[in-house]
Design a protein around this ligand. Structure first.
Ligand code: PRP
Ligand code: URA
Length: 206
């Protein structure tokens, strides 16, 4: 299952983010803002618990988040989405997955795994700006499932149809939320029109 955000506030920001003239500072700000919209849309069904609260006027009932959450950025570009996720989920844990894509074959190689083992029914929220061939994302979900995670959701800024199709085939239980579904991949496995190399644009290493 995949969901593409269609709100004009998101589309406006995606357009600015794609622009070759957008510098890293503004690029990072846009990544943050779009990530908050993705979190908002994707986490509607978080488990909550009823609590009582006393306002200056009266006693009433409200809700608090009851889910235990682990945010998992895929290094390195996924780090660009982490601040926004912690902004909306300040009590979440963070696990880190290092995946390096071989630029010739697009195969992903895990090089660093620092994710707590699942103890119960924690929700793992995987964040990575780009879903191209889907290799990195599918490897990340494989690693998380080996660590015991049964509830995984993937938040992403730009997705190629090829990557979405691979995730839906290999991990039909992982919903994908993206801010844009693009046309496809070029011969170097880059997303078209995309935004170039997300890591380079976030970290200024062009
Ligand atoms: C990028 C991106 C994804 C991956 C997507 O990372 O952040 O992790 O490519 O491509 P795929 O769907 O074909 O696997 P990259 O390996 O370039 O590393 P970086 O984040 O360190 O720049
Ligand atoms: N990784 C990126 O950063 N950009 C792409 O277009 C594909 C993979």
């Amino acid at each position: 299952m995949h969901t593409v955000l269609t709100h004009p506030l998101v589309k406006h920001r995606v357009t600015l983010m794609r622009d070759i003239n957008t510098k890293p500072k503004q690029f990072r700000e846009l990544v943050n803002e779009i990530t908050e919209f993705l979190a908002f849309e994707s986490l509607r069904d978080l488990k909550t618990v009823e609590v009582s609260v006393t306002t200056p006027i009266a006693r009433t009932t409200g809700v608090k988040i009851a889910d235990s959450i682990v945010i998992v950025p895929i290094l390195r570009a996924g780090m660009g989405m982490l601040d926004a996720m912690l902004q909306v989920l300040p009590d979440a844990k963070v696990g880190v997955l290092g995946m390096q894509r071989n630029e010739e074959t697009a195969e992903s190689v895990p090089y660093y795994i620092k994710v707590p083992r699942a103890r119960g029914d924690e929700l793992a929220i995987v964040i990575d700006p780009m879903l191209a061939t889907g290799g990195s994302a599918c490897d990340a979900f494989d690693q998380l499932k080996k660590l015991g995670y049964r509830r995984i959701v993937f938040l992403n800024l730009i997705a190629a149809p090829e990557g979405i199709a691979r995730v839906e085939k290999e991990h039909p239980d992982v919903p994908v939320f993206t801010a844009a579904k693009d046309d496809g991949l070029n011969s170097h496995f880059y997303i078209v029109p995309g935004l170039g190399d997300a890591g380079d644009r976030i970290f200024g290493t062009l």
